[in-house]
Ligand binder design. Structure first.
Ligand code: ADP
Ligand code: MG
Length: 402
């Protein structure tokens, strides 16, 4: 379905004994003692790594990690990630503490087919985020062909995600990138209906483009999170101390006027005086939010309604939690949506979770493997849903081209 070549399109001659330079997204949470506390993204890259290794490639991996701002910074070393990767695969994993030095290039040539080398953090180099062509050409020395499997970084035009493909060809998609694009792209291009979007999170400002891009495509757009409060404000309701973006109220009003009944807002709210005053949380109808309290979650009636609409859908795209899910009892709305996603999935619907925090919420609930797809890229999935081009994808060889 994606219009780019993938590692499956490469011939054996192009792969066997050749160095595959694979851009992965190993930007994972690492604790101060070097423990990787969530290895989801490492595991998500394994199918590509294994397929390349099985086909006899020498697998060279590189990734960004954190924000070291162009200089080597020990706390942002990928060393701990290499150790975790070594535990997740039975193959030999080497690590070099540099990315483009002669030592790094030599290490790529020293690899035997089926072995894996992880290079040091690409963001230790100042040219990375500037998409410096000189650095891109240096990256190109590290492999015989290029694979991008870093969906989480595909919305950035950096030397390791875009520039490198100018010199290093073939340049193809890995299996994770392919899977992400097929799910997200499939939902947008040919959704089975009803097609329901669930949008939440803290700020309407970060999601306006998604709302505008998706409204014409969906049958229903269910709004939760603090975002709902800006809409309430636009409707002239009392929002108390809820998080509202005053400079977006006018825009919310315009959206309300144009969206008709496609845009569904909460009927009730779970409110409290403060986020940490969950014990005193209580539900109110939406026009009765007390002036000295704030909405921290959708209310129970709304949770039930949203869950029903999700269960009745054939395609669901979910981006952004319904409340402050990090702080019970304000996780209830988010959990209701998560469970409804699972039920919809077992009924044959296609269900996609596409935001950093919403993905974290569904993983935290242990339900990540019971929906069709949990995106590994919050920002990238958002930009994709906004209809924007992803530079990391555009840089790859087009299908049908030679
Ligand atoms: P995602 O990463 O899934 O796209 P966002 O980053 O937009 O989601 O928003 C997630 C954050 O929104 C969470 O930290 C959550 O606590 C916060 N949030 C959700 N609802 C509310 C609310 N009613 N008031 C304040 N913060 C909220
Ligand atoms: Mg977020």
């Amino acid at each position: 379905m994606i219009d780019r070549k993938t590692i499956r399109d490469l011939s054996d001659g192009e792969v066997r004994g050749r160095r595959a330079l694979v851009r992965v997204d190993f930007n994972v949470p690492v604790e101060s003692d070097g423990t990787v506390s969530d290895d989801t993204r490492i595991r998500a890259a394994l199918p590509t790594i294994e397929l390349l290794a099985e086909r006899g490639a020498c697998v060279v991996l590189f990734s960004h990690f954190g924000r070291p701002k162009g200089t080597p910074t020990p706390e942002f070393s990928l060393g701990p990630v290499a150790r975790r990767l070594g535990e997740l695969t039975s193959r030999r994993v080497c690590f070099v503490e540099s990315t483009t030095s002669d030592e790094a290039v030599k290490a790529t040539h020293d690899l035997a087919p089926g072995e894996i080398l992880l290079l040091e953090n690409t963001r230790f180099l100042p040219g990375e985020e500037k998409n410096d062509p000189k650095l891109a050409r240096e990256f190109a020395q590290l492999g015989d062909f290029y694979v991008n499997d870093a969906f989480g970084a595909a919305h950035r035009a950096h030397a390791s995600t875009a520039g490198v493909a100018d010199t290093l060809r073939p340049a193809v998609a890995g299996l994770l990138l392919e899977r992400e694009l097929n799910y997200l792209g499939g939902a947008l291009a040919k959704p089975e209906r009803p097609f329901v979007a669930v949008l939440g999170g803290s700020k309407i400002s970060g999601k306006i483009d998604v709302i505008e891009a998706m409204l014409p495509k969906v049958d229903r757009m269910l709004v939760g999170g603090a975002m709902a409060c800006t809409f309430f404000k636009a409707m002239g309701l009392e929002v108390g101390r809820s998080l509202v973006e005053p400079d977006r109220v006018e825009l919310a009003r315009t959206l309300l006027a144009s969206a008709g009944d496609k845009l569904v807002l909460p009927d009730d709210a779970l409110v409290a005086r403060a986020m940490d005053a969950g014990d005193a949380a209580h539900a109110v109808v939406r026009d009765a939010i007390p002036p000295d309290e704030a909405m921290f979650d959708i209310g129970p009636a709304t949770a039930e309604r949203y869950a029903r609409l999700v269960r009745e859908a054939r395609t669901v795209v979910w981006n952004g939690p319904m409340g402050v899910f990090e702080q019970p009892p304000f996780d209830r709305g988010t959990m209701a949506v998560a469970h409804a996603m699972v039920e919809a999935t077992s009924g044959g619907a296609t269900t996609i979770v596409g935001g950093g925090d919403s993905a974290a919420a569904i993983m935290q609930a242990g339900l990540g493997d019971q929906v069709s797809h949990v995106s590994t890229g919050g920002g990238a999935s958002l930009e994709f849903l906004e209809g924007k081009a992803l530079p990391g994808v555009d840089a790859l060889d087009a299908r049908g081209a030679r």
